[in-house]
Design a protein around this ligand. Structure first.
Ligand code: AMP
Ligand code: MG
Length: 354
């Protein structure tokens, strides 16, 4: 069996914006030689839903005998939806919005939000500030929350930058409260998809699923078990300028996570310049050095956070950063179209023009 799933979403609100669900191509290999229960002649069970501002897809290939796959998928999606409702800036009643609406006040949040925020602050330190969970005022200024895109002037950017400061977020882990300063806005979108994927893995595994692929958001992919028949999964890397094509395939194994951030996922154009949704907390402007970056690691939250943060690095520096950190591999397409990748994944990466 060989499957290719392409998912693309229609334009988001505005004509000049192409907000595309990154195409996740899974090429599941044949279901032979496997000691688990599978339905050999049947298609995998696929379920999709819209949450965390994007499309989530779960493809289940193998499960233990007696598993209620449909039931497992239903329950998993309910858990993911509940998580989204707690952490997403796009959900009115979320923890993040409650904190944003009451600056200067310690607001009690869920374990999930606390965990994401603490990881976000750790990522902020590790990436020299490139990852910033207080990026909200800038995301808002450029219009990415509402779709009212515009290029702000320098004065507006300087003004918003005053309120982007991860070091001033006050977290009390014991009381589970978060307090921000007046004018600040938290945004955990850049790593929440990773937690959703992790949550889905746990929910599916608990219910007897042994081989599945979760794509949470337009870019996060998490493997539950190996691919069908114990083979590696093959993930397609979308070409950032031709979204119906892939520029490479990457093999991943059980529990590995892949996250892609790119300037084709959410952007607008003005005067022939593309402005994407990942904003540099140093300059207050969208990153411009990388078209797309894919991060492979064993933790979905870290993969998600790092693809966003490293998108803002110079390509060579992103590669070096990953190399020095260890346990993190990257594939990058630079602004001028060159493809760079970590040496450690050379034998797992197949580039289309190889
Ligand atoms: P992702 O799609 O995971 O790369 O996350 C992009 C989203 O994260 C954006 O739509 C913003 O909501 C938020 N974001 C933008 N810039 C940053 C940044 N520098 N650090 C953290 N989050 C960001
Ligand atoms: Mg991310």
């Amino acid at each position: 069996m060989c499957e290719e799933n392409h998912t693309s979403r229609p334009p988001f609100k505005r004509r000049h914006l192409v907000f595309v669900t990154a195409v996740i191509v899974t090429m599941a290999l044949s279901l032979q030689g496997c000691n688990l229960f599978t339905e050999d002649d049947e298609e995998p069970v696929v379920r999709e839903t819209f949450l965390l501002g994007t499309l989530v897809r779960i493809t289940v290939h193998e499960w233990e005998q007696g598993t209620d796959v449909e039931g497992a998928l239903d329950e998993t999606l309910v858990e993911m939806e509940k998580l989204g409702a707690r952490v997403s800036v796009y959900e009115d009643e979320s923890d993040v919005n409650r904190v944003n609406e009451s600056p200067q006040t310690p607001i009690e949040v869920s374990e999930d939000t606390l965990h994401l925020l603490q990881t976000a602050l750790q990522m902020n330190r590790e990436t020299e500030g490139a990852f910033d969970p207080t990026i909200g005022p800038l995301v808002s200024l450029w219009g990415f929350y509402t779709g009212d895109y515009r290029v702000p002037d320098s004065e507006e950017i300087q003004h918003a930058l005053q309120y982007v400061d991860a070091s001033s977020v006050q977290v009390d882990p014991e009381a589970r409260t978060v307090r921000i300063k007046e004018g600040m806005q938290l945004d955990l979108e850049a790593l929440a998809k990773g937690l959703a994927a992790q949550r889905a893995e746990a929910a599916l595994t608990e219910r007897g699923v042994t081989s599945a692929l979760i794509s949470a958001g337009h870019s996060s992919v998490h493997a539950v078990g190996d691919g069908p028949g114990g083979r590696p999964w093959k993930i397609g890397l979308i070409h950032p300028r031709n979204l119906s094509e892939i520029y490479g395939k990457l093999q991943i194994r059980a529990s590995e996570a892949v996250s892609t951030s790119g300037d084709y996922q959410r952007y607008f154009e003005e005067n022939d310049t593309r402005y994407s949704h990942i904003i540099d907390p140093q300059t207050g402007r969208p990153g411009r050095t990388i078209k797309t970056i894919t991060v492979l690691t064993d933790d979905s939250i870290i993969a998600d956070a790092l693809s966003t943060a490293l998108f803002l690095f110079e390509p060579q520096e992103a590669l070096q950063w990953a190399d020095e950190r260890g346990g993190v591999d990257v594939v990058i397409m630079t602004a001028d179209g060159a493809v760079l990748y970590s040496e450690a994944i050379e034998d797992r990466l197949q580039l289309e023009d190889d």
